[in-house]
Design a protein around this ligand. Structure first.
Ligand code: UDP
Length: 350
């Protein structure tokens, strides 16, 4: 199917691609000890796999499968250098082992969950961030925080594309506030620990990322898996509003490569920095719907639904800082990224 023989082969191709691109720049986590929260999630599981593939001394993964999945880390469970802890990170934790980097990724990130699990989201991004920072403090480790483009909220179009210096335009009592405001508070925690304890920190602001392993199913409601599943089932494509809102869709291999560059201690210029990691090719939701229909040769028609409250009108990053400090920019076109993602979903829906 599309040059692959299984869903695992699609993932393997992505992992190899990330490794190749990192190793070309001599970025390797070989022999390092890294703790990762949310390590069974969509992004976290790729990070765990790349770190293990690069020969990390130990990868310690914390996850409570709130949105992560056991299947995502199944191939790692029997590795000597991989350790898994089933744990809710809003409760303090201690690996009781020296780690060099703490990567904090744990959080539910889908708008559907903002509505159904707002308290848990607030807790993992505030208390969870503080607990993860405490681990970094205990072991003198570097702290890597995955923040989000959501900290920019719904910017006036004159602030799109958005640089890291933009302060944001967020509704603190809106339907997305549990996520936006707690991620903002998380950034403030990280800066506070840097100020008070001199912890080396780095903050990534992640833009809409898609790819194999992104959760599908009607409950999770992210646009790319929704459209692909609907198209493959020849069901109506659910475009919200008129579909004129934009997102800059980042393919998972690009995102993970960018994150692992930013977290890499050898890139010393990244210390203390906040950097957008995303794609700067902006597409409307309607364009995405049409592309997915075309690429799946689907009989689906577009069906329009009400636009959710506070849905950001445009989202696109300025990437100058990532290019300058990390020598990174996304390489994968939307069409190429969708090719991998559609291939993976075809296997998963079989
Ligand atoms: N969207 C849509 N149909 C869907 C799911 C989402 O039109 O079935 C829209 C949504 O309103 C938003 C964009 O697609 O404008 C991206 O939504 P997603 O939930 O993927 O992420 P967000 O960027 O909103 O966090």
């Amino acid at each position: 199917m599309d040059g692959f023989n299984s869903a695992d082969e699609v993932i393997e191709a992505i992992i190899n691609d990330i490794r190749k691109n990192l190793e070309r720049s001599k970025i390797t986590y070989k022999n390092m000890k890294i703790l990762i929260t949310g390590g069974a999630g969509f992004l976290g599981s790729y990070i765990c796999q790349v770190l293990i593939a690069q020969g990390a001394k130990k990868v310690i993964c914390y996850d409570n499968f709130a949105s992560g999945k056991k299947e995502n880390i199944e191939t790692l469970m029997d590795k000597d250098n991989f350790e898994f802890h089933f744990h809710d990170i809003s409760v303090p934790f201690n690996p009781e082992e020296n780690v060099e980097i703490v990567m904090h990724l744990a959080s539910r990130a889908s708008p559907f969950e903002f509505e159904h699990h707002p308290i848990q989201i607030l807790k993992s991004n505030t208390l969870g961030t503080m607990n993860a920072l405490e681990v970094a403090r205990m072991y003198d480790a570097q702290f890597f925080y995955t923040s989000t483009s959501e900290v920019y909220g719904n910017p006036d179009p004159s602030h799109v594309p958005t640089p890291e210096t933009y302060w944001g335009h967020v509704n603190s009592v809106g339907p997305r506030s549990c996520y936006d405001e707690s991620k903002r508070a998380g950034e403030a925690y990280v800066k506070a620990y840097e100020l008070e304890y001199d912890i080396p920190i780095r903050i990534a602001r992640i833009f809409n990322t898609y790819g194999p392993r992104i959760r599908g199913g009607p409950l999770f409601g992210r646009v790319v898996p929704n459209f692909i599943e609907q198209a493959l089932n020849n069901e109506p494509i659910s475009v919200f509003g008129e579909g004129k809102q934009t997102r800059s869709f980042t393919f998972v291999s690009d995102e993970i490569e960018g994150l692992l560059r930013l977290a890499y201690p050898g890139i010393t210029a990244a210390r203390g920095e906040v950097i957008n990691i995303g794609n700067n090719q902006e597409n409307t939701v309607e364009e995405l719907a049409k592309l997915v229909i075309e690429m799946t040769s689907s009989k689906s028609a577009i069906k329009y639904f009400a636009l959710p409250k506070d849905d950001p009108v445009r989202r696109c990053p300025v990437l100058d800082k990532a290019k300058k400090i990390l020598d990174w920019q996304p390489r994968t076109s939307l069409r190429d990224g969708l090719r991998y993602t559609i291939a993976w979903f075809k296997y998963m829906l079989q």
